[in-house]
Design a protein around this ligand. Structure first.
Ligand code: DON
Length: 583
């Protein structure tokens, strides 16, 4: 192994494992702003968003600019070729969710990902051209902008265009990420040339130029969002599909629509929780788990206590069992949203929790299927979340993704952007696990035009009529449990948002029946106590990356605490007296 590869391997390991807990304990304090706050996983994107706010744009304007900037500076998850969800609350109190999740092409069928041997073929659903859902991001940003934007579309796409064309200096995190994912990136000649310099590899401090992406962004800025769906960019995308044997057509692209949805509204103690409805499973699962936790003295039991870990694990199992059995795209299959959130149903669900013992083999849903354990992948996938609040109190939570890192790894030739592999979020066959080990049922089978079930959970929390929290995370299924634990840490354990995000997390997703803990995230006595209660314990490192804002009302007005997750590379940028503040 040469020196470069040794360093790369070490850093790769670090990227995979995340910083050890001791490092997390030293995580920096939240950034404090008064007139606005943007928290994303890219310093440049956060700054661009804060500059939009400073120039008089609102939180939605800033979100559009941040989203496009992430497509340049955070290529593993930021995207033009993916999708996501936005939950927003305007200063006058109106709420809305924008669903820009990818859709299955018109000719997609139930057995699309069944391979020659009659079983689901992960290559087909993850790295082939068939894995690509019709991208929703550009339409989603356009819909948000059309309804709430105050600056011109062009003005908001422009900073990303400049970053792509003029290049930007790579930080250590992105430089190493590109190195670690050379296997995926190296399979595509365009990706290899742009992101690996054909094997010469980027180092921290190098400048990354993306001229093709710059041209694509310039077209989108100039001709508007429909350019992506019907213009030269669409032509390039379809040419890529034809080249690789994909099934997406020009009609699929032309027909894509982002949708306005009503956020789910729930409560936790004295707080109101606004979160994402189907096709996300996140909102339903979050509200179910919060309902059960409310019945336990979580605050009094203390953060990280074995009793609380037990309760958390048990509520997680139940929510994920329901997810597997009942959830899918409600536009195409009946999803009993109201029933799943009805008090009497939830009370019975929570009543099945034994306060002392783990419930083994919880028998909702299709049961432990073949291959679940081996497919369960703790690391690797990537998505990104950003949270924004402006001076008026408009709040936006956006989670966006290509699904796994760099999606399929397929770049649209000449257009400089990656295509998602979101089709893997469908159940390739009922009961067979997806990349994240999630078991899903017929409600989430592959259907033409449907959106695959997601775990993305952009969330806004209110205290009375006032904003209290804006948060969300990447992490596949761990998104939901990361958002849950951050919220509980603030509400029950009275942590500030940064401490709440940095605190160790656990994760259970029903199948496999393993309670995941972070390396170094639990004391031995708690570990042993959980084992005695009957929990099977396992390790997992990639426990989300929450980017959050806590809003504290003070006699002098709102104080905005911007906090990012030390597990990855987040950057809060706030505004105080007309100036940007950051770490
Ligand atoms: O929508 C979903 O649930 C997944 N495609 C999200 C993937 C993800 O969060 C990977 N992140 N680490």
């Amino acid at each position: 192994m040469n020196k470069r590869s040794r360093i790369g391997a070490c850093l790769g390991l670090l990227l995979t494992l995340g910083p050890p807990l001791a490092a997390r304990a030293a995580s920096p304090a939240a950034v404090v702003g008064t007139e606005g706050m943007v928290v994303s996983e890219s310093s440049k994107a956060s700054r661009i968003g804060a500059e939009v706010l400073l120039a008089g744009g609102n939180a939605v304007d800033a979100a559009v600019a941040v989203h496009f900037a992430l497509a340049v500076t955070y290529p593993q998850a930021g995207n033009l070729g993916g999708g996501g969800f936005m939950v927003l609350r305007t200063a006058d109190g109106s709420i809305e969710a924008i669903d820009f999740r990818e859709t299955a092409p018109a000719t997609a069928t139930r057995d699309l990902f069944i391979g020659a041997g009659g079983n689901p073929d992960p290559v087909l659903s993850r790295t082939s051209h068939l894995a690509v859902g019709v991208p929703g991001s550009v339409a989603g940003m356009a819909l948000a902008h059309e309804r709430h934007g105050t600056r011109t579309w062009r003005e908001l796409v422009e900073p990303a265009t400049r970053l792509a064309e003029s290049g930007f200096i790579l930080d250590r995190y992105i430089a190493n990420h590109l190195y670690v994912y050379q296997g995926r990136l190296g399979q595509n000649p365009e990706a290899s040339r742009i992101f690996l310099r054909d094997g010469d590899f980027y180092q921290q401090g190098d400048s990354l130029h993306q001229p093709e992406l710059g041209e694509t962004l310039r077209r989108i800025a100039r001709f508007g969002p429909t350019e992506f769906y019907t213009g030269e960019t669409a032509d390039s995308l379809i040419a890529e599909m034809v080249r690789g044997g994909g099934i997406m057509t020009s009609e699929d692209l032309r027909g894509y629509r982002a949708k306005i949805r009503e956020p789910l509204v729930g409560s936790y103690h004295d707080l109101t929780v606004l979160t994402m409805p189907p096709p996300s499973s996140g909102g339903i699962a979050l509200l179910q788990m919060l309902h059960c936790l409310e019945a336990f003295p979580v605050g009094r039991l203390g953060a990280g206590s074995s009793q609380n870990c037990h309760f958390l694990a048990e509520v997680m199992k139940r929510a994920f069992a329901d997810r597997a059995e009942f959830l899918g795209d409600a536009d195409f299959t009946p999803v009993p949203v109201e029933g799943l959130l009805e008090k009497s149903y939830l009370d019975s669900l929570c009543a099945s929790i034994d306060p002392n013992w783990a419930t083994p083999n919880l028998h909702a849903g299709p049961g432990m299927p073949r291959g679940a354990q081996e497919f369960y992948s703790a690391t690797g996938g990537q998505t990104t979340h950003f949270s924004i609040v402006d001076a008026e109190g408009n709040a936006v939570a956006v989670t966006t993704t290509l699904n796994t890192n760099y999606g399929t790894g397929i770049m649209v030739r000449g257009a400089g952007f990656f295509l998602n592999n979101e089709m893997d979020d469908f159940a390739a066959a009922p009961g067979s696990p997806n990349y994240y080990g999630l078991i899903q049922g017929e409600a989430n089978e592959v259907r033409a035009f449907a959106r695959p079930l997601s775990s993305m959970t952009p969330t806004i929390v209110l205290r009375g009529d006032e904003l209290a929290l804006i948060l969300g995370s990447p992490g596949g299924p761990k998104i939901i449990t990361s958002v849950l634990q951050t919220l509980v840490n603030v509400v029950d354990h009275e942590m500030d948002i940064q401490a709440a995000i940095s605190a160790p997390r656990i994760h259970h997703q029903w199948v496999p029946d393993t309670l995941r803990i972070e390396p170094g995230g639990m004391t031995v006595d708690v570990y042993q106590a959980l084992e005695r209660r009957g929990h099977a314990l396992g390790r997992s490192s990639a426990m989300g990356s929450v980017q959050g804002i806590q809003i504290v009302q003070t006699p002098k007005g709102r104080m905005l605490l911007g906090a990012s997750d030390p597990r990855r590379n987040g950057h809060p940028v706030g505004i105080v007296r007309g100036r940007l503040v950051t770490r």
